[in-house]
Design a protein. Structure first.
Lengths: 305, 534, 324
């Protein structure tokens, strides 16, 4: 991915290439289905799995509707609390997506800003920031999450609420993703900064903020977009892994990862749907996001085609 | 280049050849050996019997060390290193007559001096088992095989309370500079053991593997047929179950309740189920002036009203929890200790019935016809399916209008949060260490008092003058009928006041290969001396 | 060059201090170790006494200074849980993770590089498309799910391989080895596979992208036009050029392997550093957690440093740019 390697192309080409790539079509259909389902959860789902008054323990462990003991009320069956699995998955995916998107967004904003400044000015800021990036890289995301989690637990007493946990996880994931954005941006700025047109602007007394925003930033957007899609997939998986390790979201408002963690308890017990249906949904969602990312990368970087 | 690589490879092979091989190969090569392998979730953190008063440690070390008394299959006290005991005729306390001819694993002879030493060690500053000796004023060596243990008041239960007080050899501890338990850094006794018990510690790799071999010089009759026992901690329960089903492990404790059917369906495996002595209950913040986690009630604490507490009690369908979450493997509980233990109050055996209508009526009477919201705090890795139980409780309480905001913590944070009062209602499990009704009263119900060491787990701060008045009497009353009457009175107070909502007695599920034959004790202690592998 | 190395070294010291600080701050807040160290019957004032004895009640700055001071003197302290010396615990766990990571990395490179080449050379072929799809699935599967599936399939259903632990090992000094033990490699297969899966897809994708770049360069095109046999061009000219960034990959992979070994080791009960860390977190074993982090930080710093210096040797522009 060489930044700035792509000439501007028109939208017709995007559509043409898109329609020629079966993978991209499948991916976008899946993205629409999973993401759309997640976004529309409150209107599609028959019950609200976050409201403990709406489900009944005696409905627990109902298999999906195609099994002999299935019930039409619960298309994908119920979990260990009698919650409709379909509704839980849709709501859970919504929560997962919200966390992944905001973590990715936060990481992009922070990472790109830091990368622009570090790449343009260099000097001590660059040195400090890049060493911080080294520190960050040496802390695996799981540890970062534990760090943020542990500190916030002590400092803020309300820390147990779902809203707060979601924020903690968002920050933790963002912390482990920003380095990628910063490094890519910084590298691209290095290249662009020495090009004639930028040098010319500098000599003409253009303000640095303007040079960065109008001249340099657009040229690094393409690789950043690719990183974004890849990182979105990573963020979804990270949230799931954190929830699996028990530092994720609480079980009364489960994300996809929490649903999988609950399902792991039933991996041997015959109630396969509690694990495998949310897990399949998660994998499908991540695969489709990644497929779409691949397509974007190929589109922006035609030499790879 | 290639020659260089060859030389290196040959060198590596030579080193590997001379290196010592560890692992399964040695024991497997002799087919007559009976090797028993078992796994639990928690590795005993030390081999020192006085350093940590926790079940995983005491359970494991009971195979290596022995006390003056021990518990049999039915949990009754029977002679061990003491052959008999009697109350002292002059003054309060007990006289123990010791077994003669017993030797420690290193060959040292066992005498009364080792008992005195183990008392000194158990009451030393760094010991974690000092609470066992709270009533003891002195230990006197009468002769080599007679010891007097003096107590501050008549103490009928003392012999019952010292089954886990393990005797260590004075000379061994002194030779190895381990006369007191280690707190900040290990000493010899942390990873080595020298008891009188049926098994000898042969190797210890903390967190990985611990091996035991039978004590050939043990004083008692052998009831096992093992030639080696290998213990492995496996934290992940799915992994442990896989290890059992693939034949790499002979016994797993505990088995997730939901996997019981899976194990029983697999040919060659059985599940051994029983009831643990642990009662799972809900606790309230009695002392709180107001709810900390409510969105609609301010300035008051509705749980101070006994009607609200009873409403909580009657809104929870314990039978459904047992049938669904506990897979039918638990028993409803009406008191803070399970039925059948010493001091259990038979006259207070009945639970209040599940009755959401009555629950709503009580809430209306108390002034909360539409319920209210509050915070419920639960551990998520401490008791069997604790988190699922709390979610079920949340759902049931929502049916009568009580909106519980559930937060769960791993146990490493949970106790701290409890101490910080970060709850309005919480989940607690209690297993009476002495297997007597006095234990939960002392820890969970009597008014908290640090100096007198009372109520140290009464986090809600419940206080009742009559309970505090009766407790010392229960502790020293010698007449069983009078004592039971006193306990019955307290049990009635606890029930009428709904101090806690006892829900069920936790089950105890072990899974093992069919070839294994053993005894499961209700305290969840795993005793190798009853294990036979056919 | 000498100045560059010095500069880089001083920066590494700064990084290590920051890691130590984070490690310490993190685990100060992880929970209350004393509740884990004592039994239920231990009275609160005795717990408080232990807290004071361990220095947990001292001010934060004092604790941190002591921690760094002891680290510098080579005193890594004692575990709260087992009371063992922490250095010894790390040393005992290191071989397990080392071999697991090494094998996982070997799998990922040995499979990833040829697969990357294949998909770059024949991007439209059926094999390439299937490989690409498979790696996509690999990247999208959570490590903990693949682990359990592998255990269930090969351990329980087929019964071919051990489901947990290291099995047979030989000790050479303090290093315990699976690879050199007879039959020990069997225990290594499943965890290494599950750990390698994610790394493999990364390697493959990187090699593919790099190879495609290289194939477009003039000297390759020229060689092909001149009629040099295709395989010869690919293997002798294209591959070496596309392998330069693999140096970076190995550095990056190390991070991934350390992070995901936490999950893999917990699923396979593999007695390495990851399991040690998880167990320490469960028991709030602050000294072990802190030293673990500092140790991992040190490894990262060394590897980053080595990669950077190698680059500086290979590509003088790096030196000039960083030295300005």
């Amino acid at each position: 991915m060489k930044p700035g390697s792509r000439a501007k192309r028109n939208d017709g080409e995007f559509a043409y290439l898109f329609l020629r790539s079966p993978a991209a079509i499948v991916a976008s259909v899946l993205v629409v289905l999973t993401v759309g389902g997640a976004l529309l959860a409150p209107w599609i789902a028959r019950s609200d799995p976050f409201d403990p008054g709406t489900y009944d323990l005696t409905d627990a462990f109902t298999p999906p509707v195609w099994s002999p003991e299935g019930e039409s009320r619960f298309v994908l069956g119920t979990d260990d609390q009698g919650r409709d699995l379909l509704a839980s998955i849709l709501y859970g995916a919504r929560l997962s997506l919200r966390i992944a998107l905001s973590a990715m967004g936060l990481a992009a904003v922070v990472g790109v800003s830091i990368g622009l400044i570090a790449g343009y000015y260099g000097g001590w800021f660059d040195a400090v920031v890049m060493r911080i990036a080294d520190v960050q890289l040496s802390l695996p995301a799981i540890l970062t999450a534990l760090l943020v989690d542990g500190i916030s637990l002590t400092i803020i007493s309300e820390s147990a609420s779902t809203e707060f946990r979601a924020t903690v996880i968002t920050v933790a994931i963002a912390l482990s993703l920003w380095v990628n954005f910063a490094r890519t941006t910084r590298a691209a700025v290095f290249v662009e900064r020495n090009k004639e047109y930028v040098q010319a602007s500098v000599m003409m007394g253009e303000r640095p903020r303007r040079i960065l925003g109008i001249q340099i930033l657009p040229n690094v957007l393409a690789p950043l977009l690719v990183i974004m899609t890849v990182d979105l997939g990573r963020a979804i998986l990270l949230e799931a892994t954190l929830s699996f390790l028990g530092v994720g979201l609480p079980p009364n408002q489960p994300s996809l990862g929490t649903l999988i963690r609950i399902g792991m308890n039933y991996v041997f017990s015959g109630e396969w749907w509690i694990l495998w249906i949310p897990a399949t949904f998660l994998v499908t969602m991540v695969i489709s996001v990644n497929l779409f990312g691949d397509f974007l990368r190929d589109y922006f970087n035609p030499r790879l085609r | 280049m290639i020659r260089k690589i060859m030389t290196i490879l040959v060198l590596i092979a030579l080193i590997a050849g001379t290196a010592t091989a560890t692992g399964t190969s040695e024991s497997d090569s002799q087919s007559t050996d009976v090797v028993f392998r078992w796994a639990t979730t928690t590795d005993p953190q030390t081999m020192d019997p006085h350093a940590v008063n926790a079940a995983p440690v005491l359970s494991f070390l009971n195979n290596i060390y022995e006390g003056l008394v021990r518990r049999n299959e039915q949990m009754d006290i029977e002679p061990s290193l003491a052959t008999s005991w009697e109350p002292l005729s002059d003054g309060d306390g007990w006289r123990f007559f010791l077994r003669e001819g017993v030797t420690f694993h290193n060959g040292d002879a066992f005498t009364a001096d080792d008992v005195l030493f183990s008392y000194e060690r158990g009451t030393s500053e760094t010991s974690d088992v000092t609470s066992w000796f709270a009533p003891v004023t002195d230990v006197v060596v009468v002769d080599d095989f007679t010891v007097d243990i003096l107590t501050s008041a008549p103490n009928p239960l003392f012999p019952d309370s010292i089954a886990n007080w393990m005797i260590m050899s004075r000379s061994w501890a002194e030779e190895n500079a381990s006369t007191a338990p280690a707190t900040d850094q290990e000493n010899f006794a942390t990873r080595n053991a020298n008891g009188t018990g049926p098994f000898v510690l042969s190797s210890r790799s903390p967190g990985v593997e611990t091996r035991l071999v039978p004590n050939t010089a043990w004083w008692d009759d052998l009831e096992h047929n093992l030639s080696e026992a290998i213990y492995t901690p496996i934290e992940n329960q799915s992994t442990a179950l896989s290890a059992l089903l693939s034949g790499e492990i002979d016994l797993v404790n505990p088995v997730p309740l939901q996997d019981v059917d899976r194990v029983e369906a697999a040919p060659g495996f059985t599940v051994l189920g029983g009831l643990e002595t642990r009662v799972i209950m809900l606790g309230f913040g009695h002392e709180k002036e107001q709810l900390d986690y409510s969105t609609d009630v301010t300035g008051v604490n509705p749980f101070q009203d006994v009607r609200v507490r009873q409403a909580v009690y009657q809104a929870i369908n314990v039978d459904d929890i047992i049938n669904v979450v506990m897979r039918g493997q638990a028993e409803p509980a009406s008191q803070l200790l399970p039925a059948g233990l010493s001091g259990y109050s038979i006259v207070n055996d009945d639970r209040l019935p599940y009755d959401p209508v009555a629950s709503r009526r009580l809430l209306t009477e108390a002034g909360y016809p539409n319920g209210f919201s509050f915070g419920l705090m639960c551990p998520n890795d401490r008791y069997l399916n604790d988190e699922a139980v709390c979610r079920a409780v949340t759902s049931m309480l929502a049916d009568v209008g009580l909106q519980a905001e559930l937060t769960t913590h791993p146990v490493r944070n949970y106790w701290g949060e409890l101490r910080e009062d970060a709850y309005d209602m919480y989940l607690l499990g209690w297993s009476p260490g002495t297997f007597d009704a006095e234990h939960p009263i002392r820890f969970l119900v009597s008014t908290p008092n640090e100096e007198a060491r009372l109520g140290s787990w009464n986090y809600g701060g419940y206080s009742n003058a009559r309970v505090d008045e009766l407790l010392p009497e229960i502790q020293s009353e010698l007449d069983p009928a009078t004592r039971q009457a006193q306990i019955d009175e307290i049990a009635a107070i606890i029930q009428d006041d709904v101090v806690y909502v006892p829900m069920y007695t936790q089950p105890l599920i072990w899974a093992m290969a069919d070839s294994v034959d053993l005894v499961q004790r209700p305290d969840n202690f795993f005793m190798l001396r009853w294990v036979n592998v056919n | 060059m000498g100045f560059y190395v010095l500069r880089r070294l001083s920066q590494s010291v700064f990084v290590m201090l920051a890691v130590a600080f984070l490690a310490f701050a993190l685990f100060r807040f992880a929970g209350d170790p004393v509740m884990q160290m004592t039994g239920v019957e231990t009275p609160p004032e005795q717990q408080q006494a232990i807290r004071e004895q361990l220095g947990l009640t001292d001010p934060f700055v004092a604790q941190f200074t002591r921690f760094v001071g002891e680290l510098l003197r080579g005193d890594f302290g004692f575990s709260f849980r087992t009371r063992q010396p922490v250095a010894e615990m790390i040393r005992d766990a290191l071989p397990a993770t080392g071999e697991l990571g090494l094998v996982a990395m070997a799998i990922s490179l040995l499979v990833g590089i040829p697969a990357g080449m294949l998909t770059a050379l024949r991007p439209k072929g059926f094999a390439s498309q299937s490989v690409l799809l498979m790696t996509l699935v690999g990247v999208s599967l959570p490590t903990f799910v693949t682990g359990i599936v592998l255990i269930f399939l090969f351990g329980v259903v087929l019964g071919w391989l051990p489901t947990f632990g290291r099995g047979q090992t030989v000790s050479i000094g303090w290093w315990t080895s699976n690879l050199l033990a007879r039959g020990g490699w069997r225990s290594l297969i499943l965890p290494a596979l599950s750990l390698a899966l994610y790394q493999l897809t990364l390697t493959m994708r990187l090699v593919r992208a790099q190879m495609m770049e290289v194939l477009r360069t003039d000297h390759i095109r020229f060689a092909l036009a001149r009629g040099v046999p295709r395989w010869r061009v690919y293997v002798r000219h294209a591959l070496p050029n596309s392998l330069i960034p693999v140096m970076t990959v190995i550095g990056l992979q190390f991070g991934g392997i350390i992070a995901f070994s936490i999950v893999t080791e917990s699923v396979f009960q593999w007695p390495g550093l990851g399991l040690l860390l998880l167990r320490s977190i469960r028991f709030v074993d602050v000294p072990v957690m802190s030293v673990y982090l500092v140790f991992i930080g040190l490894l990262f710093v060394i590897i980053n440093l080595a990669v950077d210096l190698l680059y500086a040797v290979v590509d003088p522009r790096v030196r000039i740019r960083s030295g300005e």
